[in-house]
Design a protein around this ligand. Structure first.
Ligand SMILES: NC(=O)c1ccc[n+]([C@@H]2O[C@H](COP(=O)([O-])OP(=O)(O)OC[C@H]3O[C@@H](n4cnc5c(N)ncnc54)[C@H](O)[C@@H]3O)[C@@H](O)[C@H]2O)c1
Length: 672
């Protein structure tokens, strides 16, 4: 067979066969990604161009090759802007999409939501959140995936690797319709330097979690986790506290996920003061009503905060400026901060995620484009100052916790060995707790509580109201304080105006809670009470994520660096027929630091879906609780004992016999 571009074109039915006449205009005021560091040599640059041209019919190569070359040199990546649809890409109601299957339509809704101006951090660069979390590597992939989703039938599975649609393969009705992986590399190359080369070559995508897993629901997704974290942190530092009333929480970041902090603090009943260097992010949150007060003055910020705290008022304040300046002001002026954290994108401090205190936001963007080495040294200096300010505040009684953004790792990498627990290296972790280690892990994940979510694909508010009510009816608020918190969350969800983008809801639930709610929703779809629903979760959860600096930071049997739980979660969900399964490298904390997986499940009201829900929802959570139980985590052992009893004859989890450290120390001493 002759291989040339003509015969290749004829051998494909699903393909890009034409090219838009011009690149769509970039709308002023829409945030753009900074230039990504380009480490490619000449041969690699050639390879990157050849790679991008694989999507393009030969007739257009001469026209597009210079454009792609220019993009690579200007932006550090080939995004294929030419293929981006003009204007905003907004999620529409599911019945307005073309596709053979309901899943094919539903995923188009999810993708468009992830890329919309309202939701995406850098919509033109396909970044949904977390500085570098992309839905696809380039717009050619977007175009092609949409084409595949439109023609896919209910006995086919679409395989996607780092945004690239490998193809459609026949499967069966209860198989996943879409399998996604992002950025998985062979161990030797599982580091940021190699990953930068791979992304610039156009062979790897950093999908974060729900960006490349098509399950982002805007900042609401993280508001609930932040609300639970703040409630429980308050209970930790204040005896008898029911919520955050009368407490001051200081932090930074009003971006994709960090943007939840002001709102969550307010819902938890306290005062949240958030530093943010990018004015456009503050404006977004202010227009949404997620922050109440904006100021450029550290003095004014604390004056307002302390007044509200003293009056036991709930308030969200944005400080337009660098968090290091804010903390140094607090330390110098002896201002007491109750709860302190940070949510700059420290998983990517040198690629724009962390703005050094010596630079304004604009200067940071310019320096990133012109001098990476200088930028890096300023970031390091700033992180050292940041650390010193926190240390001084902690010494005066502030409770600091790492918020899953690799902040302490970044400080360590900046040369502050003192932040490591053993004073030598990072192997034993860091001196301050991570919020999962201290709060979310033992109080939520170990029981199976995690960020269950759903999207009403009809786009109707009435569907969201009906599902909120149904979910609330299923929760028993009197069982545990966690159930009460979740019940209160869903009761007030509408009032708290959390929706940005699709009509979505997040609700922390355990294995049975998620299963029962899912089955109830599917019944409501069947009865015509609501339209189809997409179920999913964040990957910041019990089972889907192996991440020693975050999700698995409270696993203390040495297995916190293993990545088998996430892999099994993904494979198990595939075997049980979730509509979409996704597995990524690095989500949330950075390349090489985690493996995380998520799912999407389309509720069409069928009994087929009932069966999948019963099998997969319990597995999706209990697989992780089982592993946590084996790590001797108390709440997980308790949960697994109850599960074994409840599921007798069907499921069975191995429980650990316990031996105390004193006991083994004694044995070792006596047998030396
Ligand atoms: N809280 C959670 O539960 C959770 C979950 C997942 C991930 N994370 C992590 O939190 C981090 C933030 O996520 P995101 O989606 O909000 O990212 P983002 O990049 O959208 O937002 C971070 C914000 O921090 C601001 N910023 C950077 N340096 C600053 C400085 N020195 N002072 C003040 N503001 C500064 C940036 O301008 C940006 O708006 C990421 O590392 C992410 O992985 C947190």
């Amino acid at each position: 067979m002759e291989i040339n571009n003509q015969s290749i074109m004829q051998a494909m039915e699903i393909k890009i066969d034409s090219v838009p006449e011009k690149t769509p205009d970039f709308i002023q005021g829409i945030r753009r990604a900074p230039k990504r560091e380009l480490t490619l040599n000449e041969a690699d640059i050639e390879l990157a161009l050849m790679n991008a041209l694989r999507y393009i019919p030969e007739a257009y190569h001469a026209e597009l090759a210079p454009e792609f070359y220019n993009e690579l040199m200007t932006h550090g990546r080939i995004y294929g802007y030419r293929f981006r649809p003009e204007g905003n890409i907004s999620p529409k109601a599911i019945d307005q999409y073309e596709a053979t299957t309901i899943e094919g339509k539903a995923f188009q809704v999810m993708i468009d939501n992830n890329l919309s101006f309202e939701i995406a951090l850098y919509p033109y660069e396909l970044v949904t959140y977390g500085e570098t979390g992309q839905v696809f590597q380039n717009w050619m992939q977007y175009v092609l995936v949409n084409k595949y989703l439109q023609v896919m039938n209910n006995k086919q599975t679409l395989v996607i690797q780092s945004g690239h649609p490998v193809g459609l393969f026949h499967s069966h009705e209860s198989a996943p319709r879409v399998m996604i992986t992002n950025g998985l590399t062979v161990g030797l190359f599982d580091n940021l330097e190699d990953f930068k080369r791979l992304t610039a070559l156009g062979v790897a995508n950093y999908g974060q979690m729900t960006a490349g897993g098509w399950m982002y629901i805007g900042p609401q997704g993280i508001v609930h986790g932040t609300y639970s974290t703040l409630l429980n942190a308050s209970r930790k530092i204040k005896e008898g506290a029911k919520d955050m009333e009368g407490l001051l929480f200081v932090t930074s970041g009003l971006g994709g996920m960090s943007g939840a902090q002001g709102k969550a603090g307010k819902i938890a009943g306290g005062v949240a003061l958030v530093a943010e260097v990018d004015e456009s992010r503050i404006n977004t949150r202010f227009e949404q009503g997620w922050v109440d007060v904006v100021t450029r003055s550290a003095k004014e910020a604390f004056d307002v905060a302390i007044k509200a705290k003293d009056n036991k008022e709930a308030l969200a304040i944005a400080y337009l400026g660098n968090v290091v300046d804010l903390l140094e002001y607090a330390s110098d002026n002896n201002i007491h901060i109750d709860l302190l954290s940070d949510q700059t994108s420290c998983h990517e401090p040198y690629d724009g995620g962390y703005c050094p205190v010596q630079l304004s936001f604009e200067e940071r963007t310019n320096l990133l484009a012109s001098d990476n080495a200088k930028f890096k040294s300023l970031v390091n200096e700033s992180l050292v100052r940041h650390f010193e300010a926190i240390k001084a505040l902690v010494a005066k009684g502030t409770y600091f916790f790492d918020y899953g953004n690799s902040f302490m790792k970044a400080v360590y990498d900046a040369g502050v060995i003192e932040i490591s627990k053993n004073g030598v290296n990072e192997l034993d972790g860091f001196i301050w707790p991570s919020y999962v280690e201290d709060i979310l892990g033992p109080m939520l994940f170990d029981y199976g509580y995690g960020p269950f979510r759903w999207i009403c694909l009809s786009g109707k508010d009435t569907d969201l109201d009906a599902t909120d009510q149904a979910a609330m009816d299923i929760i028993d608020p009197n069982r545990r304080f966690q159930d009460y918190d979740n019940w209160k969350w869903i009761k007030d969800a509408k009032k708290n105006a959390l929706v940005v983008g699709t009509k979505a809801r997040i609700l922390y639930q355990d294995a049975w809670g998620r299963t029962n709610i899912a089955l109830k929703f599917n019944e409501m779809v069947r009865n015509g009470e609501i339209g189809p629903v997409m179920l999913g979760r964040d990957h910041h959860d019990v089972s889907g994520t192996d991440s020693p600096f975050r999700e698995t930071s409270n696993i203390k049997d040495g297995s916190n660096v293993m990545a088998e739980m996430a892999t099994h979660c993904y494979a198990g969900n595939a075997a049980r027929g979730m509509s979409l399964i996704a597995l990524h490298n690095g989500g949330g904390v950075g390349i090489g630091k985690s493996i995380n997986g998520g799912f999407g499940m389309v509720l069409d009201g069928s009994s087929r879906v009932d069966e999948i829900l019963y099998e997969a929802m319990l597995w999706d959570v209990m697989g992780g609780v089982a592993r946590r139980n084996w790590a001797r985590n108390d709440a997980s052992i308790e949960t697994c004992m109850a599960y074994n009893e409840q599921m007798k004859g069907q499921d069975h989890i191995t429980l650990p016999y316990l031996a105390t450290r004193d006991f083994v120390q004694e044995i070792i001493k006596n047998n030396k």
